[in-house]
Design a binder for this molecule. Structure first.
Ligand code: 6V0
Length: 330
């Protein structure tokens, strides 16, 4: 189509700015919600969707590609890290198998780890400089496995961890207080799962603490309705899955927020899952703590001052994760 242009003086690729490239591995409900959200929030110049269900993925890509005239331009393709996805800046992993009826958590983990051995091997080979964002569950375990399997430095492997739980916590607290969730400063840390820990001692609005100290699940000097809010956060996934069969939009938006922090080097504090710093006195594992996130990935965890109960709960959460990690064959 050269006749379209009067002159053709497009720079060769070495002269032009390098495109921001992302790959999403696993184009199921979660991968597609991530892709859609990342597309409309202009996270990448090039986005590649990789899934073993190739034909379906091609269909999804065609559908999204036809919407690009309505948003900032992004080249979206189906492919793999070994071809069009090579040298990606960020690789998001949402691939996984569903739990079989009666299957133990450990058996599910083992099956997911087997899948990850292939996936991460290819990522490390073809995208050696990428930041890896793991979303597949159990996310803390899969993040740890990805770190071990990739051989990447610890900062370059992070999991979505309790970013979604923290978002749910803020959304529900904000609804109760009738203010914008961005003005609620509250975190959920620990395992993304049943042993997650609400940091009541630090939850605040404009520096005004919502509670003074915590006791069991009920913050002592808190409105009892706050304990109910944490219960709802913990049960959110079960409640949603019971009604619609899976969760997708919340995690898609949460993963997009993490990707934006990386791609735009926002240096934001987010409760991503990453390898716990030795100074925390925790075993070698991946767990969520407020962490600085930017172009280098998970740059550093915040030196928290938790109260006694929160410290105890965080260590319990670490024990739950360590128990599974110690049984993994990596
Ligand atoms: P899904 O809809 O079954 O999608 C999984 C996709 O992975 C399917 O399209 C598969 O074809 C694909 N897949 C399987 N093996 C491979 C492989 N080797 N290479 C490429 N693709 C492969 O599941 P859904 O999208 O609902 O969930 C995906 C994962 O996200 C699960 O592990 C969920 O538990 C997890 N979630 C994590 C959340 C979080 O907060 N971290 C939240 C929600 C779901």
């Amino acid at each position: 189509f050269e006749h379209l242009f009067v002159t053709s003086n497009q720079p060769n690729s070495t002269e032009s700015l390098r495109p921001r490239k992302g790959v999403i591995i696993g184009a199921g409900q979660v991968g597609l919600a991530c892709a859609y959200s990342m597309l409309i929030q202009n996270c990448f110049d090039e986005l590649v969707l990789q899934d073993i269900a190739r034909e379906k993925t091609e269909g999804e890509v065609m559908d999204m590609m036809h919407g690009v005239p309505f948003i900032s331009p992004t080249s979206i393709r189906s492919g793999t890290v070994a071809d069009v996805g090579a040298d990606a800046d960020v690789v998001v992993i949402t691939a996984g198998v569903a739990q079989k009826p009666g299957e133990s958590r450990l058996s599910l983990v083992e099956r997911n780890v087997e899948i990850f051995k292939h996936i991460i091997g290819d990522v490390a080979r073809y995208c050696p400089h990428a930041i890896l964002l793991v979303v597949s569950n159990p996310v803390d375990i899969m993040t740890y496995a990805s770190w071990k399997l990739s051989g990447f430095e610890r900062s370059r492997v992070l999991g979505s961890g309790t970013v979604l739980d923290t978002g749910r916590f803020r959304a529900l607290l904000a609804q109760k207080l009738n203010i914008d969730p961005h003005s609620v400063h509250a975190y959920i840390i620990g395992e993304h799962g049943d042993s997650s820990v609400p940091m009541w001692s630090m939850a605040n609005v404009a520096g005004v603490k919502l509670c003074s100290s915590s006791s069991q699940d009920t913050p002592q000097s808190c409105d009892p309705e706050f304990a109910e809010i944490f219960r709802q956060v913990k049960n959110a996934a079960y409640e949603i899955i019971q009604r619609k069969g899976y969760t997708s939009y919340g995690i898609g938006l949460a993963a997009t927020d993490i990707v934006k922090a990386i791609v735009h080097n926002q240096r934001r504090i987010m409760t991503v899952s990453s390898v716990a710093d030795e100074s925390l006195g925790l075993p070698e594992l991946c767990i969520s703590l407020p962490t600085l996130v930017g172009r280098e990935g998970a740059i550093g965890q915040i030196n928290l001052s938790l109260d006694e109960l929160e410290t105890e709960q965080l260590h319990h959460s670490a024990e739950v994760l360590q128990d599974i990690i110690s049984q993994l064959k990596l």
